[in-house]
Design a protein around this ligand. Structure first.
Ligand SMILES: Nc1ncnc2c1ncn2[C@@H]1O[C@H](COP(=O)(O)OP(=O)(O)O)[C@@H](O)[C@H]1O
Ligand SMILES: [Mg+2]
Length: 285
């Protein structure tokens, strides 16, 4: 797949870019958030006392055991679910209902089957009245090219592989440039090379729009450390934020070589130790 950056593919050279994230005011704040689900078999406490602040321009990754409530946290943040208890703020103000400033890349692609790839990608721009048709299509085409999908603009969902659908799904959210982008295991169905190329694209987008705030769920700890300024480790259900690990690996990040950074292994082990304890059944707390 062709990508825009010339050293895509893993050259040893660091990117020749000067970029430092500028971290601003809190954008997302959860304070003591619980979420309980009721079903025929009783109550499931999915989240218990979630405290988390994510500031403008930050990239926070989230890891945790399967079923610990990672997706539920994102659903609460975007407003698809209300907290059962606790408080939620967006840019310092209490927030309820679906937040249209937040873009959400879910695990399922949800592409419109009756729209072509480019029509799916420009949909978010269209409903927000951004640009005219040809401007929207230019923006869409540029992003599709950057994920190796040029030539597929007029294809329909059923004509794409799972990995291609997921790339369209990601581009569809990136296209309208939301203030906050939430991604729920977005690279799951992708092969290792495509995954690296998309990690690189996210790092490039951060540099192009440093005010964008990211939350990124992954089960891949190396990915969590590669991308994050901080990595939040969640406890086993009921989900809490067990630990937030700072990831001081510097910027700009070259996703192709960052795993050779002298601190990478230490950070990986630190996150892994927290996660392993949760998978073993917690630390007794
Ligand atoms: N809509 C729902 N109704 C009932 N239970 C749910 C619902 N959504 C999630 N859960 C439960 O809440 C817990 C956390 O789910 P989820 O957030 O999907 O976890 P994760 O994304 O970490 O795998 C799980 O036990 C799951 O079964
Ligand atoms: Mg999930």
């Amino acid at each position: 797949m062709s990508m825009a950056r010339t050293n895509a593919g893993g050259g040893a050279a660091a990117p020749d870019r000067a970029f430092q994230p500028s971290i601003g005011q809190p954008v997302i704040e959860l304070k003591g958030v619980d979420r309980v689900f009721h079903s025929d078999r009783g109550e499931i406490v999915a989240l218990k006392g979630i405290d988390l602040t994510v500031c403008e321009g930050e990239f926070v990754t989230v890891v945790g055991p399967s079923g610990c409530g990672k997706s539920t946290v994102l659903n609460v943040i975007v407003g698809l679910l209300d907290p059962s208890a606790g408080e939620k703020f967006y840019k310092g103000k209490p927030s309820r209902g679906v937040n249209r400033n937040i873009g959400y890349v879910t695990q399922a692609d949800n592409l419109f089957p009756w729209r072509t790839v480019i029509e799916n990608v420009t949909f978010g721009l269209e409903v927000r009245g951004i640009g005219n048709r040809s401007e929207r299509e230019d923006r869409g085409r540029e992003l599709l090219k950057r994920v190796g999908l040029d030539g597929f603009e007029n294809h329909y969902r059923h004509e794409l592989s799972g990995g291609m659908r997921q790339r369209v799904n990601i581009v569809r959210t990136l296209a309208y440039e939301p203030e906050v982008i939430l991604l729920d295991e977005p690279f799951g169905p992708l092969d290792a090379q495509t995954r690296l190329n998309l990690q690189d694209l996210l790092m490039q987008l951060r540099e192009e729009r440093p005010e964008t705030t990211f939350m990124f769920i992954t089960h891949d700890l190396a990915e969590a450390i590669t991308l994050g300024d901080r990595c939040a480790v969640m406890s086993a259900r009921p989900g809490r934020i067990r630990e937030v690990v700072e990831v001081p690996l510097g910027h700009p990040r070259d996703v192709y070589t960052i795993n050779t950074h002298s601190d990478f292994r230490r950070l990986f082990d630190e996150v892994w130790e927290h996660l392993a304890e949760e998978m073993r059944g917690g630390d007794g707390g």
